[in-house]
Design a binder for this molecule. Structure first.
Ligand code: ASP
Length: 341
């Protein structure tokens, strides 16, 4: 009988402990948020930015990252935050996306964008749009409301009109700086990244914008937007709108946004290769990004960079160039705002 009594006591104690565990576990887990953005990678040192220009970039990136971080802390979804941040970058003439997009050989601003939600793998993408004020908003609408994932050119604009996404006269995208850069590229017959000096035929400049984030619910998201390469021909499309090349998010691995000469990022499906190495090989994010950017892309004379966020809220910023406009706040609250190596 005594034995039986002790047994009941043991079961009672154990079950109380279990109940306590169940009720305290969710509270003990501190929810984390993290966010990173980039404004393109390239040989930025050669640009010799003035102090004022450097300040304009760092101030803008700093305030954006702070507002994105605050929104996440307030419970905003990562997918909404990346769309909002990239949209704000598209509205700035500082970056090669939206308002600051470079000119293609056609004399138009042909823009590409993509967005992906790591929670449910929903994604949307657009390429070659010339009249959409915020291509990332169009991509996000496609993600949410279309049976398709990737729309191009006039068809994408027709969809935008049907969905009341803001269309604008292409003259909105004219900036003297981008026009002069285009004239220089035309003279040299070069195709270049937007924030490097054209160095000769088929030399490039990269200046895309992107954002990755982790929200309080543990969901990851990525968004990328670009005007592509200066003087690009034949309605060329880069890596940015290609899911798995320039943009990727999956709660099982990470969220990634890339920048660089898109051809190399397409060849190596850069963003999803980084994610797969993390998921299947259990590599740390910086090693996975290093293999893809340096061992594959740089070895084959490609150049560029990426930002990665893990479900733990750890951030990776990596680039093979002399700089990448970048900012972030990781899960420990550590802030980065930088341009050069
Ligand atoms: N990745 C973009 C493209 O190739 C360019 C960039 O990152 O600046 O279109």
């Amino acid at each position: 009988m005594k034995k039986y009594f002790y047994f009941i006591l043991f079961v009672f104690f154990f079950s109380c402990n279990e109940t306590e565990k169940e009720s305290t576990t969710p509270q003990m887990k501190t929810p984390k948020v993290a966010i990173a953005l980039h404004g393109g990678a390239g040989n930025l040192k050669k640009l010799k930015l003035t102090k004022e220009e450097e300040e304009a970039y760092t101030h803008f990136m700093d305030s954006l990252i702070e507002s994105g971080h605050q929104a996440l802390l307030n419970g905003a979804k990562s997918i909404d935050v990346v769309a909002t941040i990239v949209s704000a970058m598209e509205d700035s003439p500082l970056f090669n996306a939206g308002k600051g997009a470079v000119f293609a050989h056609s004399g138009k601003n042909e823009m590409d964008a993509a967005i992906m939600n790591g929670a449910d793998m929903s994604c949307g993408a657009v390429a070659g749009v010339t009249r959409v004020k915020n291509p990332i908003q169009l991509a996000n609408d496609i993600r949410q409301h279309s049976e398709f994932i990737f729309l191009h050119g006039l068809g994408a604009e027709e969809y935008a009109a049907e969905r009341n996404i803001e269309l604008i006269d292409p003259s909105y995208f004219f900036t003297q700086k981008r026009w002069d850069q285009f004239q220089e590229a035309l003279e040299k017959d070069s195709t270049s990244l937007d924030h490097e000096k054209p160095e000769g035929k088929s030399e490039g400049k990269y200046g895309t914008v992107g954002c990755v984030a982790l929200d309080l619910e543990g969901n990851l998201a990525a968004a990328t937007s670009t005007g592509g390469l200066v003087n690009k021909k034949y309605q060329r499309i880069g890596d940015s709108p290609l899911i798995g090349a320039g943009t990727y998010a999956n709660n099982e691995s990470c969220a990634v946004s890339c920048t660089g000469k898109g051809e190399d990022f397409i060849r190596y499906t850069a963003a999803s290769s980084i994610a797969s190495r993390i998921q299947y090989l259990k590599e740390p994010a910086d090693s996975a990004a290093h293999v893809v950017l340096f061992d594959y892309i740089k070895k084959n004379k490609g150049r560029g960079g990426c930002i990665v966020v893990l479900p733990s809220g750890e951030l990776t910023f990596l680039f093979t160039t002399t700089g990448m406009y970048r900012a972030g706040i990781d899960a420990n609250g550590k802030k980065t705002v930088a341009i050069y190596e």
